[in-house]
Design a protein around this ligand. Sequence first.
Ligand code: CP
Ligand code: NVA
Length: 308
Amino acid sequence: MRSSQLDSARHFLSEFDLSADEFRQIIKRGGEFREQHESGTSEALLPRRTLGMIFEKSSTRTRVSFEVAMTQLGGHAIYLSPNDTQIGRGEPIEDTSRVLSEMVDVISVRTFSHTALERFAAASRVPVINALTDLLHPCQMLADMQTFLDHSGDIAGKRVAWIGDGNNMCNSYINTAKLLDFELLIACPDNYTPDANLLTAAGSNAQRVTTPAEACRGADLVVTDVWASMGQEEEEAQRKKAFADYCVNMQLMQETAEGALFMHCLPAHRGEEVEADVIDGPMSVVWAEAGNRLHAQKALIEFLLTRS
Ligand code: CP
Ligand code: NVA
């Protein structure tokens, strides 16, 4: 059984590694995991399974959610940083991947280059999960979509506003708009646009608009993220100037549809990409969104190890 599983390792590097039905199945299952967690009835469904977690960038939510997920599923997670492993001393990523996949059952990787992640996955005999690259953050999308489902129902046909940087989260929203068939309106400065190929591929599901107000008009969900992502620390001052008109405030939220939600993958900078009265106000679901990282990733791991 084990070797046939290994021969057909299923990876989650991009939203498009799941069909729309599979994506919806995982976020629905995430809801069941949340209910079990809240009622104290969660089961150890994956005893003795091990997740190897490579983090080449900082993390609070992703690291803790994966680690707790494996504990609750009855397995174990190992945190691997470049500083403490041979990764940081130049061992080829393909070799690291092959070695880890001799020992662990699933691997999550947070790194800079998406191409490097793809090379890592191509060499792996066990499922590889994208825990964030410069291009995409698909695990966050599972949590965001589970949160939207919980609060507002299926997102198909709904309108979503992206305000700010055309970064990894924006790219992931573009892919998910195409996959789950919602309308994404993106307000970003000219020099900070999302990946052009992903935007083109999304067709009518995603488009740039001129102003944040235009993006928010009639939106069912407003999303933003930091102005300077990890790895862009030296651009912070320049970015603060470029994004000065891209702060999600109450005036923008008043443009939205009845019952609209606000999301942010966190960490947030109050007074920069979002005002405190929005992120700490009644339209914000950021804490449920963060909590759903745990439940959605339990569903993802279960899917990759037992159902795919
Ligand atoms: N949202 C998110 O991925 O947070 P961390 O960087 O803390 O993992
Ligand atoms: N865009 C941010 C997301 C952090 C979860 C970054 O890449 O730093």
